[in-house]
Design a protein. Structure first.
Length: 130
């Protein structure tokens, strides 16, 4: 077999392997942008939570658990955000949970703990990262 043919087949094999790795990485990244299937005790089947964790990650992308102050109505972003009734209706007292639009609302307004951020820890935007 001529050297050029061997070299060409070797290049094809390398490209095939690179393509396989690229496909695997793409599959992992696509899966990682999807929200986990649970958020503390939050009932994700409730009508009250249907806005939580949309596939595009554009809003309500933070899972907030162990909420201690669900009655706090003033958001750290300056807007009024009364959540007491819906948090208590959609989750359990053992660990009140809710989906928020920022980690700050979870920690500063609700006195909760960020369990996960659909767009990655620390993401603060209102649109998912590109």
């Amino acid at each position: 077999m001529p050297f050029e043919v061997v070299q060409h087949r070797l290049q094809q094999t390398k490209m095939f392997k690179a393509l396989c790795v690229l496909c695997l990485v793409t599959a992992v990244l696509a899966k990682s942008s999807s929200p986990p299937s649970s958020c503390g005790t939050l009932d994700l089947t409730s009508d009250l939570t249907q806005h939580c964790f949309p596939q595009d990650g554009s809003h309500h992308f933070v899972c907030c658990v162990d909420i201690t102050s669900p009655e706090t109505s003033q958001s750290p972003h300056g807007n009024r955000n009364p959540l007491n009734d819906v948090i208590k209706a959609a989750s359990k007292p053992s660990s009140y949970s809710w989906c928020t639009c920022s980690e700050e609302i979870c920690t500063q307004q609700l006195g909760g703990r960020v369990a996960w951020n659909q767009n990655g820890a620390g993401w603060k935007g209102f649109r998912p990262p590109q």
